[in-house]
Design a protein around this ligand. Structure first.
Ligand SMILES: Cc1ncc(COP(=O)(O)O)c(C=O)c1O
Length: 450
């Protein structure tokens, strides 16, 4: 048991010989549509420690992209999944019934921050949850327009991609996408798209833009089905909006009968120190889209919405694997574990400590332009200089590669932001060692450059 490893253990410089073999075959047999940060080839993992195929042990600050909130191979999740695997592996909710999915749905309705009574629709991924949320919004309102935000990431299927706007390469070559989608600026306090003096003003101006320019000049509100938003933008750069923004968006939505759809695919399940990120602002969406951490690493997604938003009639929407019994059993175990171990509180406490140290580090290097986040969803934006705020994208890639070679797994978000999103179970000392390693590598790069 190496669950309490405090530092990485690198025995062969990665990628080692076995890793190189796997990567060569990957290139031969897999469509190369992924943009990978470094050549990690995973062999196994335990909690927050990942082992590669050459025997190196890494400290994980990725959680498999915000999925392994309860840690990898969490024993409670493994046991629940294994026991369900032995009972039955699949029997399609689309045409039949089974209890484990109903038990999970009841649990999700209990914890989701939506108005009750509420209903669940199960999917297999985040993108599919967004698809379901889009269909439910259009169907229940009879309206066709969707307002989404620049910088957003909602997935890659055609409907979800139509809302995604975090990097042009994600859309390049796939148009035409869904019509009737309008993108508006997201209030990004460090780089406010409006000439605002402070974050609150940035939030107000973003809301004013939607009200005055979009609803006032482009689309009558009676044709807008939903505002779809990430409470904290993930892939777009770990961007926390100003405090007035989401409550203001909720008011605007209510005034016009527009549904609020919160994409909590990345922010959900205690990642930000609350079960769901909208709870930081007391906002109650009509629909929340979920996936990633929901089932402790098994594939599952869900949409939870108030009864008035979840009205699609029989035959109107379904998917063969949605609510798979093994994933559902794993999800029940993961959610119970999260509650039992008070992972939300743990994420909040460790997140505050991490933020504090990273903010202090701004006195040690001028390459950190901004540090932000909630819970263990933390972004460290690298800039070439604090005066110009010019994004340091190449430097970001170099820092991440160096951290990888030292045994720390961390990737980027947005243009030049280090994204810190470890398992919420990570050992405190291991986390703080990783944070020091990040600071050291940024400082080293700055020294080499100067
Ligand atoms: C906020 C958000 N929504 C949707 C998705 C899409 O999820 P998936 O990759 O499971 O389709 C992601 C994935 O990163 C995400 O971060």
């Amino acid at each position: 048991m190496t669950g309490k490893l405090k530092e990485p253990r690198i025995v062969v410089e990665p990628p080692g010989p076995r890793a190189r073999e796997v990567i060569e075959k990957d290139r031969m047999y897999l469509m190369q549509s992924f943009a990978r940060w470094y050549p990690l080839v995973v062999d196994r993992a335990e909690d927050y420690v990942v082992y590669d195929v050459d025997g190196n042990a890494y400290i994980d600050l990725n959680a498999g992209i915000a999925v392994l909130n309860v840690g990898s191979t969490n024993p409670a999740v493994v046991e629940a999944a294994a026991s369900q695997l032995r009972r039955f592996t699949h029997y399609s909710l689309t045409d039949f019934y089974y209890e484990v999915a109903v038990r999970l749905a009841e649990k999700l309705v209990g914890i989701a921050p939506v108005e009750k009574p509420a209903k669940v629709f199960f999917t297999n991924s985040g993108a599919e949850s967004i698809e379901a949320a889009l269909k439910a919004s259009r169907y229940s309102t009879g309206r066709q327009y969707i307002v989404a935000f620049l910088g957003a990431f909602h997935g890659r299927t055609m409907g979800a991609l139509s809302l995604t706007a975090s990097k042009p390469v994600q859309r390049l070559g796939f148009s035409p996408l869904l019509p009737s989608v309008v993108h508006v600026p997201y209030p990004y306090p460090y780089r406010c798209p409006f000439a605002a003096e402070e974050p609150g003003e940035c939030g107000e101006m973003a809301l004013g833009f939607v009200e005055e320019w979009v609803l006032g000049k482009l689309v009558d509100p009676s044709e807008v089905a939903a505002f779809v938003f990430e409470p904290i933008q993930g892939e777009g750069g770990y961007i926390v909006p100003p405090d007035n923004f989401l409550p203001g968006l909720e008011k605007l939505a209510r005034r016009h009968g527009i549904l609020l759809v919160a994409d909590e695919v990345q922010t959900g399940f205690c990642r930000t120190g609350r079960r769901f990120a909208v709870e930081h602002w007391g906002v109650k969406p009509d629909i929340v889209a979920l996936a990633k951490a929901i089932a402790g690493g098994l594939p599952l997604g869900a949409v939870v919405g108030s009864d008035k938003a979840m009205t699609i009639r029989p035959g109107g929407h379904a998917t063969t694997f949605g609510g798979n019994p093994v994933s559902s059993a794993a999800a029940i175990a993961a959610i119970d574990y999260m509650e039992r171990e008070r992972l939300c509180d743990r994420a909040a406490r460790l997140g505050e400590k991490t933020l504090k140290r990273l903010k202090e580090a701004m006195d040690e290097t001028s390459m950190i332009g901004d540090v932000r986040g909630k819970g263990l969803m933390i972004g460290v934006e690298l800039v070439k200089s604090r005066e110009t705020k010019e994004p340091a994208s190449r430097e970001l890639a170099e820092v991440l590669m160096r951290l990888f070679k030292r045994g720390y797994l961390v990737i980027g978000a947005g243009v030049s932001t280090i994204r810190i999103s470890p398992p919420l179970t990570i050992d405190e000392e291991a986390l703080m060692n990783a944070v020091e390693a990040i600071i050291e590598e940024v400082k080293r790069l700055e020294r080499e450059r100067d």
